[in-house]
Design a protein around this ligand. Structure first.
Ligand code: TNX
Length: 514
């Protein structure tokens, strides 16, 4: 209670004091290039207009910006398209494909006339908007009008990501999460310029996506979760809603159907998939590695073709994740033969296969991506798969796993890969983490959140924030900007923003929160 009272006093104090102008470089993830101008260049006026290139995608981003700014400012911020959009005392979002800013880059200029944001794509404009948002006073995150000078620092930011794949994973199988929770997680990803949401849709404890051709997967397989909870599943409409919400934020959904292990929920529903053709009891514990679909039965591959076909049809993004982890009972050539057959099914569906790095020994297939979750960067099998053409998504268990505890007293989470405080989450280099894997083979980074002990949105946010920004920065920012002291201070500035937005987060003691 005393701590709460002190926090309230601090908040009140902050609201009464005039906000110090924000520094142009105080952005997470750190921008590629920052050229500061005047400490304070422009104050958003109540009559400001947002103009955008006359292109539906640019106008959509302009509308998103206006929606971000309206609640706290209380300003109308009309969005208009202009044939010659110039920031005449307003904000301009310009698509310019001659600007050489890359598929996701942007340029942000703030001067005494206002703000001009340029990009080659709507995604670039969207990332520029995320930066602009962080340059306004923290109270901009408030859902209700705040009396504030909406001052912006002057100068130019030229920015683009280091890696094309920047993601997070939510395990909706161990515990099921409502669509609304997933949408809120997508908001967190968008804030930090992540562009992929990996959904771990199936596991021993539950099957979470409707498959019309195998309906019992959800009606039976979806009715359980870890512990005594009711489980649940996404209808195709639910899934489409998640995909669309993500797409509007330039985030691609990566669906995972974990095979051949982690399949108890499918075996409960369809015992013909089981090696002994007997339905196992539903499983609501947290052990791994005991279940598998029968790799010797052709019906298994019919099942996989149906399931992956329906999931692919619902998924506009290029990826299908086939799991492949911890199939302890499917060994050697049986395992690689299984994987090769499933990789082929994915390719025939026109999708690019992603799998956990246990897929490494299987034959290469064009474009395949391995998600590396090791805890020791010496991994000759994975390095060999990379030599044969695989690309890597880096999710080192001892740095990027969001289900690891921060400290021994973290109330939920695991510690099998160690404790991961914010510094541990930040202090590694995806470009050189796995021995004998060149940076050029690294597609990017992903922070997975397994949910054996995670049961609510508050739990998700506790583990996600503030480590997600650390992983986001590793995926976005040039290596030259990597600096713990600098990151720590910039991250501290996120605290009041998250607080103003009503988002709970872990007040990590190593961060100098204001
Ligand atoms: C290992 S990481 C797993 C998951 C567990 C996780 C718990 C991976 C590919 N498999 O099944 O949920 O550890 O941290």
């Amino acid at each position: 209670a005393a701590t709460l009272a002190r926090a309230a006093e601090r908040t009140a104090g902050r609201l009464l004091a005039p906000s110090a102008p924000h520094r142009l470089a105080d952005v997470v993830p750190a921008p590629q290039r920052v050229e500061p101008g005047p400490v304070e260049a422009w104050v958003l006026p109540s009559e400001a207009v947002v103009v955008a290139s006359a292109d539906p995608a640019a106008l959509a981003v302009a509308e998103q910006l206006a929606e971000l700014l309206r609640p706290a400012t209380g300003y109308p911020l009309p969005v208009t398209d202009a044939t010659a959009p110039e920031p005449a005392g307003g904000i301009a979002l310009l698509l310019d494909d001659t600007a050489d800013l890359g598929a996701e880059g942007y340029r942000l200029d703030i001067n005494t006339d206002g703000v001009r944001l340029t990009a080659s794509t709507a995604a670039g404009l969207f990332y520029g908007v995320q930066t602009l948002r962080q340059l306004l006073p923290a109270t901009i995150e408030s859902a209700v009008p705040v009396s504030e000078r909406w001052a912006l620092p002057g100068g130019t930011i030229i920015d683009a990501p280091r890696f094309p794949y920047r993601g997070a994973m939510l395990d909706v199988a161990r515990h099921f999460f409502a669509v609304e929770d997933v949408l809120r997680m997508i908001d967190h990803l968008a804030r930090y310029k992540l562009n992929h949401l990996h959904l771990h849709l199936t596991d021993d404890q539950g099957w979470r996506i409707t498959v019309d051709s195998w309906p019992k997967l959800t009606t039976i397989g979806g009715a359980t979760e870890v512990g005594d909870g009711p489980g649940g599943h996404y209808t195709k409409a639910d899934y489409a809603r998640i995909v669309a919400y993500a797409a509007a934020r330039h985030i691609t959904v990566v669906p995972e159907i974990d095979l051949p292990g982690h399949t108890n929920s499918a075996l409960v529903a369809y015992p013909q998939l089981a090696p002994d053709k007997i339905a196992p009891p539903p499983y609501t514990g947290t052990e791994v590695g005991f279940s598998y679909v029968d790799p010797a039965d052709d019906r298994t591959y019919d099942f996989i073709t149906d399931v992956l076909g329906e999931v692919a049809a619902l998924t506009p993004g290029p990826w299908l994740h086939i799991g492949g982890d911890e199939a302890f009972k499917v060994k050697g050539e049986t395992y690689t033969g299984f994987v090769e057959r499933v990789q082929r099914i994915v390719a025939d569906l026109g999708k690019t296969v992603v799998g956990w790095h246990q897929l490494a020994p299987a034959a290469h297939l064009d474009g395949r991506v391995l998600q590396w979750w090791g805890t020791n960067g010496e991994d000759p099998t994975t390095a060999d798969a990379v030599r044969r053409g695989a690309r890597l998504i880096l999710s080192p268990g001892n740095h990027a796993y969001l289900d690891m505890k921060y400290a021994p007293d973290t109330p939920i989470g695991h510690d099998w890969a160690g404790l991961i405080d914010v510094r541990k989450a930040y202090d590694w280099d995806p470009g050189s983490h796995v021995a004998d894997v060149p940076t050029t083979a690294v597609l990017g980074v992903e922070a997975p959140l397994w949910t054996e002990s995670v049961t609510s949105l508050t739990d998700i946010e506790l583990l996600l924030l503030p480590r997600l920004p650390a992983i986001a920065e590793l995926g976005w920012s040039p290596r030259e900007t990597h600096d713990w002291a600098g990151f720590r201070d910039r991250l501290a500035g996120q605290g009041p923003r998250l607080a103003a937005a009503g988002i709970t987060f872990h007040r990590a003691p190593e961060i100098p929160w204001p």
